[in-house]
Design a protein around this ligand. Sequence first.
Ligand SMILES: Nc1ncnc2c1ncn2[C@@H]1O[C@H](COP(=O)(O)OP(=O)(O)OP(=O)(O)O)[C@@H](O)[C@H]1O
Length: 584
Amino acid sequence: MMTAALMTSEANWDPTLSKLVNSLKETESLSSQQEMDFLQTLLESKELNALVNVHSKVAKIRKDDRLAPLMSSSLQVALEVLEQVSQRCHISPISKEIFTLLQKPHLQSLLCAHDAIAQKDFCPHLPEIPVELDEDEETIKIVQLVKSNEPLGATIKTDEDTGKIIIARIMHGGAADRSGLIHVGDEVIEVNGINVEGKTPNDVLTILQNSEGTIYFKLILNNVSKMGQRESKVRVRAHFDYDPENDPYIPCKEAGLGFVRGEILHIVSQDDPCWWQARKETERTGGAGLIPSRPLQERRIMHERSQKYKDDSKTQSVEGSCASICSTPPSSPNPNNMCHGIKTKKIMYDLDENDDFDREMIATYEDVCKLYPKSGVFRPLVLIGAPGVGRNELKRRLAAMDSEKYRSPVPYTTRPIRHGEVAGREYIFVSREKVEADIADGKFIEFGKYKGHLYGTSGESVRCIINAGCVCILSPHYQAIKALRTPQLKPFIIHIKPPSFERLKESRTALRARSTFDETNSRGFTDEELQDMIKSAERIDYLYGHFFDEEIVNDDLATAFEQLVLCAERAETEPLWAPSSWVH
Ligand SMILES: Nc1ncnc2c1ncn2[C@@H]1O[C@H](COP(=O)(O)OP(=O)(O)OP(=O)(O)O)[C@@H](O)[C@H]1O
């Protein structure tokens, strides 16, 4: 026979398939010749035979205990080891080697593939066989839950079309979720024997609040969404403070999750367009809470701003008086500059509109990932702060501590070279045309104008320092944050803040600080300048607070410097949260 001849000629033909083909002609129940032909073609196909062969081999290998994986989370373990050894890299060469090895993308991909196989992630995930339900037939279920101090972790609402009470959401990890008995979309018919038809969600809530011990729900199951909800892996950094107690629109205050700006949140569900479910990264156990979704929060901010602008236009705000932002020219790395009395001047940055633009930026949540330190490549340290607060003083001290390691780029200027200056030491002296062209090409990370001359720092000079394996320290004008915060530079940004007015005055007087608002640096700060410093710091915090990795209050200089050294060490050795776009 043709079939038998074809099959026996193939050395690796699966015997089960041959048997099936041979038994086909004996099958009388298949009356249709068309069906017989179809089956015969399928069973004789090379593709099916190859698949069956692979399957048999995998099944055989899986029986061999020696090949059983020891664990299915090797990548996770590797990342944990990475985190541990990262703190020891600078003291142990072995740790450093392990650190470099574990960072290799090939090794991580290998572990990832291993885990996928160990978790049998290759098995097909077939959809559940649908239960054939009569259209009119409803599945009614009595669910029994014991009331405790823990909230139920579910919210209800009135269905807009039917007016029935339905389960609106189940909080991840909450009591309802863990019970596995209640699902989104289930219709509530009775609570503790009380029919809820025609009642509002608040009525139902009152019934629940007044119940003691066991609570019975009579539910009509929603057959569509019985599948378990999967947790998303998204982590975000909150760019605003949120307190559910003060939110009149949250569907259920008790289910809300409050947080402050800068906290890292694990978003476990984004199913609802308005209310996400999240957990704090630092509190890994317990149920999730409700937070406003990004689109909802953006709409709220837009609304608040339009209200504020309306009010502002009525009462000419004093804001206008601090619209022009002052800063010193990018200071040179000349070690002589470490002494007081060097030329520090006011520069009027031509970026006032930019400042308004920053105010327009809608900061809600930023997707973040852990950024692991790379040996030999240091993140630039960026010191942001109000003019005169002490950024350059701290920068100079860091460079003085280890001048081989901590370096600042030499700024460019269009002003003529002065007596005693060395080209390339204090400044790189260039023509106005060149600076203007470079600014237009986006080559400067910061620039400003003073007495008709341009000053600026080029991105290239920053990259040179990084590529030389040094830590680049920058103290730019705060508007430079946007240009600096790129996946290429991955800066570690520190806000140097002034202390209270009293402490500011006391500390600056004690060390005979020189005012940077005075061209000749011949006097101390006036009270007004110190007040301006505090106001300016508040403004910087308002505009850019969400971008800061750390904050240092520059009260006692020695303490502030110690904190800066610790920050520098953290940036070098610890895996830290950073925008996802910097990691992927
Ligand atoms: N914690 C402190 N206590 C006392 N004096 C300080 C402190 N920090 C800085 N100073 C002094 O304050 C003055 C201004 O500091 P610095 O030049 O570093 O300010 P800056 O932030 O770089 O200002 P600008 O942006 O205007 O250049 C200097 O004389 C400095 O020595």
